[in-house]
Design a binder for this molecule. Sequence first.
Ligand code: NAP
Length: 312
Amino acid sequence: MSLPRVVVDGPLAPNILRLLEGQVEIHLWPALDAGLEHVQGLYTYGHPRVDAELIARLPELRVISNFGVGVDHIDLAAATRRGIPVGNTPDILNGATADMAMALLLAAGRRLVEGDRYARGPTFVHYDPGYMLGREIHHSTLGIVGLGRIGTEVARRAVGFDMTILYHNRHRRPEIEAVLPVRYASLAELLAEADYIVLTVPLTPETRGLIGRAEFAQMKPTATLINVARGPVVDTEALTEALLRRRIYAAAVDVTDPEPLPRDHPLLRLENFTVTPHLGSATEQTRQRMAELSVANLMAGLRGEPLPCRVA
Ligand code: NAP
């Protein structure tokens, strides 16, 4: 019996390959055009875009499985119209991604990456109490834009740093307010009050460009922006301008627009800009759990069974 044909959007990590071995026939995107009509599964982690046109080219497609929680690269409506279930991997990566948000926040506030560079460099010859002063983290005000699964974990961590915590969502979350010291705020109020602004919203038409020139203008000059959501939630040009002109103190981001930034992008030359290459969920333990859940989603869809975790 032939194995179901699955297209994957790039080379797979060995742990994912082990889970798929002997169960499916794997084709790397861009797949052999000749075989596209027999593809039954699509396993994706962000590129290429799974749009209506691509879905239309796969008449036998039974399931789309995403390695990750963000599904902004998948046209969910087009999949739904065809009755194709889409799986993702929420919750199991909340802790790792929230840890990353805190790591970036701490790094930016205390100039960790810049300090590392200096400590390794030739100009560090003696300690000086006047250099590299950062901004306090404990007892400062944190603003979480997107208090969902990951945002709530960020809030839980911030409690340990004695931070005052504001949040902004489209809907207030009384059940979280009941267990965590978080206060609902309008976006304008949050931007004006927060020392650290953490973005944990999904990328949607509504959140694309959510933080642009007007929003930077509302922030304190001492504010730091942390983005662990998706690059296009922030207007890159406005961010560059805000950092270059010291309109805000710093930014630390795990995601950019475009991603990666062109190697000669001005942001990459700024000391008050810290960037990581989309490492939010990148721990051995979390990536293993994501591999297991995304493969379980894929295999369930191929068998015509309900997905363990279905987003659409
Ligand atoms: P979630 O549980 O759905 O939480 C998202 C939150 O954003 C919700 O509280 C939602 O509340 C709020 N929100 C949505 N649209 C909004 C808008 N227009 N204005 C204000 N708030 C809005 O999602 P999650 O699991 O925490 O994941 C969030 C995102 O993080 C993912 O979609 C993904 O893109 C990103 N992520 C990145 C990494 C990484 O490696 N850096 C890892 C994992 C996830 P309302 O509906 O009430 O507005």
